[in-house]
Design a protein. Sequence first.
Length: 241
Amino acid sequence: MERRNFIKNLGIGAAATIAGRNSFAGELIKSTASTMENFNTHEFPALPYAYNALEPYIDARTMELHYDKHFRGYFNNFINAIKGTPLDNLSIEKIFAGISGYGDAVRNNGGGFYNHALFWENLTPKSAGPASDLASALTKAFGSLDKFKEVFSNAAKTRFGSGWAWLYLTSEKKLEVGSSPNQDNLLMDISPIKGTLLLGLDVWEHAYYLKYQNRRPEYIDAFWNIVNWETVDKRYKEALK
Ligand code: MN
């Protein structure tokens, strides 16, 4: 093997090792299938892009730890919490609908699993603005697209401690912005606000601290450069039905 190619291949090998078990033949992790459609409670979803794909907005090391440690931890703990119980055969949406009866392990880890699976799909290195229907709906609901971003960003900035900011559709088919603490989400019966999740932003410190330290607002501003509007639009259309 030529030395240059050898070094090049070494590089790919190292990247594949970092990407872990989802990598194949030197390809960084990617998936074309949506995790959130027919959500499989028993499957650990692939990350739809490489760890470094969202640089410089989210750094590779943060993505690796976030996906392979935090997310995997929520998944494993959730599976262990439902194993051998009647919940093992329920959809996660059904579990959320009755979450007040199932204890903290199911609530925190089930939420952590589902919220992150949605979050990965809400991000992309190739961000383009919302499709026209969603853009007009957001403009109608919030005054303008920029105003929507401001309201959402404020929800993310003002969520005290750990939690999530959400764009969601209410049962009255109204677009709204809100936030939830810890790993709760708006599908849970304990949530004071409810709706179909369209776009989520993780504001736990583990999502940004390595790069942004205490500067959560900078992380939130950066987020708008990597929003996967295609998936938000798709979820919006689905929720309207
Ligand atoms: Mn997280």
